[in-house]
Design a protein around this ligand. Structure first.
Ligand SMILES: Nc1ncnc2c1ncn2[C@@H]1O[C@H](COP(=O)(O)OP(=O)(O)O)[C@@H](O)[C@H]1O
Ligand SMILES: [Mg+2]
Length: 244
């Protein structure tokens, strides 16, 4: 039994057009860790996240979730364990009301109406948007949509939360609320972001992707002090560390 909750082992992936987006990426994540994935545009962050719950399947190597390699047989269980929040909340919200959207996942899990209702209510309360339950999802602000998308995933009771660019498009106040929410969520978290301040604030470990490879893996203090590494990967320092 491995002590990792989630593991990538020499994971490689080539898109159908021949573009190799991941090259032999290996790491292990323990339960309760909060891990940021950073890298310039096109580094392979989103491609990597899409492997973590089996939306994309490895060309070579494998992803293991709670010791099971992701395969056609295990993918349904993997998706109960790993909840993925997409970069664009509009990809995740499609029901007529916010409540129905958050209830959609638990309903599909075959739970009783009462259980569905209590899970949806609890998830909306956790992200602080119970007051939006009867609203139309597509009419919400960007920050509200992101919160509802997170609630929809929490309602499925995953043990790992995977998020792609969660602060993308949020105004400063919504971004701050999101950061506080993420800090308070007691899950294993894997967050791909170009928002290095968010990563530094929320994560205790940082993976640096560059040209589809895992270039570095360490605590934020070490990664953000490595000027040579950041330059090589075309990354800036978090704003909080920049001195004029
Ligand atoms: N559907 C696709 N088909 C072919 N290439 C793709 C596709 N999606 C992404 N890529 C390429 O794979 C690489 C990694 O992309 P992505 O994982 O989206 O990077 P990031 O999220 O770090 O910006 C990029 O070079 C991108 O152009
Ligand atoms: Mg991306």
């Amino acid at each position: 039994m491995s002590h990792f909750q989630l593991q990538a082992q020499e994971l490689s992936f080539t898109y159908p057009d021949g573009h190799q987006a991941l090259q032999s990426v290996s790491f292990g994540i323990c339960q309760g860790e909060s891990v940021g994935i950073i890298g310039r545009n096109g580094a392979g962050k989103s491609t990597l996240l899409l492997h973590l719950n089996g939306i994309l399947r490895a060309t070579a190597g494998e992803v293991r979730v709670e010791d099971a390699a992701i395969s056609t047989e295990t993918v349904a269980q993997v998706r109960r364990t790993v909840g993925l929040i997409f970069q664009d909340s509009d990809d995740q919200l499609f029901m007529p009301t916010v409540f129905d959207d958050v209830a959609f996942g638990p309903t599909n899990m075959g739970l009783s109406l009462q259980e569905v209702r209590s899970r949806a209510e609890a998830a909306l309360a956790t992200v602080g948007v119970s007051h939006l339950a009867d609203r139309l999802p597509y009419r919400l602000s960007g920050g509200e949509k992101r919160a509802v998308a997170i609630a929809g995933v929490l309602a499925m009771s995953p043990s790992v939360l995977v998020m792609d660019e969660p602060s993308d498009g949020l105004d400063p106040a919504a971004r701050r609320r999101l950061i506080n929410l993420l800090k308070g969520l007691d899950y294993t978290k894997i967050i791909a972001s170009h928002d290095l301040d968010l990563v530094e604030d929320v994560c205790s470990r940082v993976l640096v992707m560059h040209h589809g490879r895992l270039e570095a893996d360490g605590p934020p203090d070490v990664i953000f002090a490595d000027k040579v590494l950041l330059d090589r990967c075309h990354l800036e320092l978090p704003l909080s560390r920049q001195r004029l």
